[in-house]
Structure formats: C-alpha cells, structure tokens
Design a protein around this ligand. Sequence first.
Ligand SMILES: Cc1cc2nc3c(=O)[nH]c(=O)nc-3n(C[C@H](O)[C@H](O)[C@H](O)COP(=O)(O)O)c2cc1C
Length: 239
Amino acid sequence: MKDLLKLMQKRQSVRLPFDTKHPITKDDLLQILEAGRWAPTAHNMQNFELIVIDDEELLESIEDIKRPVSETFVRENYLQLSFSEEELLKKKSGVLAAMFPPSWRNPDFRLDISDEKADLSMQRPIQGCPVMLVIVYDPARRAPASEGDFLGILSLGCVMENMWLMANSLGISFHIVSSLSSGAVGKEVKNILHIPGNLDIAFSCRLGYPISAPAEYLRVRRDIKDFASHNKFGSKDLE
Ligand SMILES: Cc1cc2nc3c(=O)[nH]c(=O)nc-3n(C[C@H](O)[C@H](O)[C@H](O)COP(=O)(O)O)c2cc1C
C-alpha cells in the first residue's frame, strides 16, 4: 500500500518532448488500457471509447493543428499563477507563472484578434510523442438523473487517473493536452480520427519517454487539514 501512495505522489505531468523513436510496447499499452478498463464509472456505464494513435502522420497532423489560445483561458489561468516558488509554497495550489509565456502573466490580457501572428505566438506546440490517446464519450448518454452528466464526467476522470498511474508505474510519462478537446480544434481532431459527430472528446494525452530527464519542478499540495473536516464542516482536528 505504501508503494501505491508513493506511485500517486510521484505521478506527475511531463510536458517535455517524448522520443518519437522509442515506441511503447504493445504489452505496456495493453496494461494501460486494462487499467482504464477497470476504472469505476457511474452505474458501471463505462461511458468511454478511446483511440490509440501511433501512426506518425496522424500524430503530426494533430500536432500541427492551430490551437490559438482564448482570452478566457488566459484570464482564468492567471488566477492560478504564482510568481515565485515562495508564493506557490504558501498558496499550496496552482502553478508557477514561469510555465507560461510572458504575455499570459498579465491580468489584463487582451487577445488582439486582428493580429493573427500575435494570436499564434500564444500557441504552445504539442511536443512529439510515439503514442497519443484520445478518449471520447457520448454526452447524450448521461448517468441516470445526473445533471449535466456530472457523474459521467467524473467517471472519465477515474479512467484518466487509472491509466496515468499505470503508465507511470511502467516508467511511461503522461501528459494531458486539454486544448484538443473542444471548439474548432476538437472538430479538427474528430475529423482527422473519423470520430462520429455525436461523440465529444473528454481528454487527450501524450504517452512516451522524455528525450531528456524531466527537470525537478516544485509540486505543491494543500495539507490534509486544509481540505478535510472532522464530523462537521470546518472542524479541523484531523492532523
Ligand atoms: C482534467 C485535467 C486537465 C488537464 N489539462 C492539462 C493540459 O491541458 N495541459 C497540461 O500541461 N496539463 C494539464 N493537466 C495537468 C495538471 O496541470 C497537473 O495535473 C497539475 O498541475 C498538477 O501537476 P502534476 O500532474 O505534475 O502533479 C490536466 C490535469 C487534469 C486532471
């Protein structure tokens, strides 16, 4: 059990390029899918399908999709930023501003839609990888009486985490790329992969082995007492 906790604590997002010439073995891939297969889902609906992409041309066409950033994204992202490690350690949630382009570190960010170049300079490339997974679901098939299919969507998160932990346990890095899920970008991904129109993309992820060792980066979490109450909300005597 200690090993399980260690695996969870060590699981991390790896945003580096992965070695496109270092494939993921079929056995490893099947273990990752097996982990997704056994994820809990509301009413055991197993409300997902997934596409494994290992064809170089397909991967390239997905990497090449223009993913202009939206003003809403940058403004809401700003709310999660810390501008120093000290600040992040104090906040215990969110991410370091240094992870993002300088123009995103401005609370008054405005997207100049008349300037296509400026728009694209905000786009962060999708780094290469030998395998991507695209997980799709049918938003019309909600979990019983679940408003907005909240329970169905939670279930997709369980699939994500199961696969992520399995991948990491096999020494395979994992990186979620949310910007491929919706809007014009999502449509293009759906076209490239022949995904039926009634399905939505829940999430996509890159799998692989980083070209260089991932740099240590500061990962913070709130303390247990910050989020856990004992018997009544706000009663903080658990630690
Ligand atoms: C639903 C979801 C969506 C995410 N989308 C992205 C994403 O688009 N790009 C990215 O680099 N990381 C993405 N992440 C990773 C989170 O930023 C990351 O898990 C968080 O900052 C904690 O860092 P860690 O994974 O290294 O522990 C996503 C994670 C989740 C659970």
